[in-house]
Design a protein around this ligand. Structure first.
Ligand code: FES
Ligand SMILES: [Fe+2]
Length: 387
């Protein structure tokens, strides 16, 4: 990962990277069950997918479950502090092991016949199975899932390590994120803690969420409060093609995106001078939106539920000591309220888009040059379906 030093990023105005003639996707991509299934198989079951942050399971025995491409997975921190991922499937008769979204356990015990697994997945208890000739507990560990951390965020991949695709097969998380090595070091992402999580149920296709996030053409009309704090035409991007897309928009030093307009915590990290006047927005294919403000970091997880429905988890991360009395500026609600309002404004227009796209009158429309990033996101999406 340290092989190559990152060249300094080159930022270009959004319209400068527009590919002339780009249009929105045809209707079937937003309504078809068949395409939805294809996305689940070729994208969500093949790529590294964000499921959480290491601070969510801070102690040995802390766990949470996640649904990825129709699979229920358990993410747990074991007694040696290693974070592991398992299929939520008992090795006896296949029963779902954990029914809760998360919690604290000393071991994972099946609710059916009480087979018990250590937090590293080993089967350590199987009542009466010693009566079965040749039965060896060592043969029945939980099935592990590929799991790795990037900047403190937990990613899983259901891809078979031996499988290959047209684009080169399974790649390690380190390789996948190599283009971003060191890029976010100043924000101290591994150490941050979420002050709040809000779940949204949006009646729109998941791709509309990415397309919406990737442009501010809509900001003057949809987000009057946001537009007062950050000029809607100030976007400059250093990543304009591929699975990682985005750049920054300008804010005034000492200000931030909050209800009051002021920074609402100490800086999250050791930021460079220019980072105090920028909010960075990056989409990370296929299910992460990473928004870096000087004083907090907002992360959306995007979970397609059906062609017309998307579940979104939004977390607001702050410096781990921001809540201490030593930070009189700490007021996370100022940021949370601001983005909760702004999120809902976005989801509303995404839902309106979904309604119109489902009409027989819909046909792909022309993207404006200010929508170069959604157009690039669509290109990457179409490439990923070809694998
Ligand atoms: S199915 Fe899990 S112990 Fe029997
Ligand atoms: Fe928006």
């Amino acid at each position: 990962m340290n092989k190559t030093a990152q060249a300094p990023p080159v930022f270009r105005k959004t319209a400068d990277t527009f590919a002339a003639g780009a249009k929105t996707l045809p209707q079937q991509y937003f309504v078809s069950e068949k395409i939805f299934e294809e996305e689940q198989t070729k994208i969500f079951a093949q790529h590294w997918v964000l499921v959480g942050h290491q601070s969510q399971i801070a102690k040995g025995g802390d766990y949470f479950s996640a649904q990825v491409a129709g699979e229920s997975l358990i993410t747990v921190r074991d007694q040696r502090s290693t974070i592991r991922g398992f299929y939520n499937v008992c090795r006896h008769r296949g029963t779902r092991l954990c029914e809760d979204n998360g919690g604290q356990v000393r071991a994972i015990q099946c609710p059916y016949h009480a087979w018990t697994y250590a937090l590293d997945g080993r089967l350590i208890g199987a009542p009466h199975m010693d009566e079965v000739p040749g039965f060896d507990k060592a043969d029945y560990s939980l099935h592990a899932v590929n799991l790795a951390l990037w900047e403190g965020f937990i990613f899983v991949s259901l891809a078979e390590k031996s499988a290959s695709t047209k684009r080169g097969g399974y790649i390690s998380l380190e390789e996948w994120f190599a283009p971003l090595t060191g890029k976010f070091a100043h924000w101290n992402l591994p150490t941050l803690r979420s002050a709040k999580r809000i779940q949204y149920d949006v009646r729109a296709n998941w791709k509309l969420i990415f397309e919406n996030y990737s442009e501010c053409y809509h900001c003057p009309g949809v987000h009057p409060a946001l537009s007062k704090l950050t000029p809607y035409d100030s976007a400059e991007n250093d990543l304009s093609e591929g699975p990682f897309l985005g750049g920054f928009m300008r804010i005034t030093k000492g200000k931030s995106l909050s209800m009051s307009g002021n920074a609402c915590a100490l800086p999250v990290g050791d930021l460079r001078a220019e980072d105090h006047t920028r909010v960075f927005y990056y989409s990370i294919f296929p299910n992460m939106l990473l928004s870096l403000h000087p004083d907090y970091v907002m992360v959306h997880q995007i979970w397609p539920e059906s062609p017309e429905r998307t579940r979104i988890l939004c977390d607001w991360f702050f410096h781990p000591e921001a809540a201490a009395v030593s930070d009189p500026s700490y007021n996370p609600e100022d940021a949370i309220e601001f983005w909760d309002m702004t999120n809902r404004q976005d989801w509303h227009v995404c839902e309106l888009s979904q309604q119109g796209i489902a009409s027989r009158a819909y046909e792909p429309g022309p993207y404006s040059p200010r929508e170069s990033i959604p157009a690039a996101w669509d290109r990457e999406y179409l490439r990923s379906l070809k694998d």
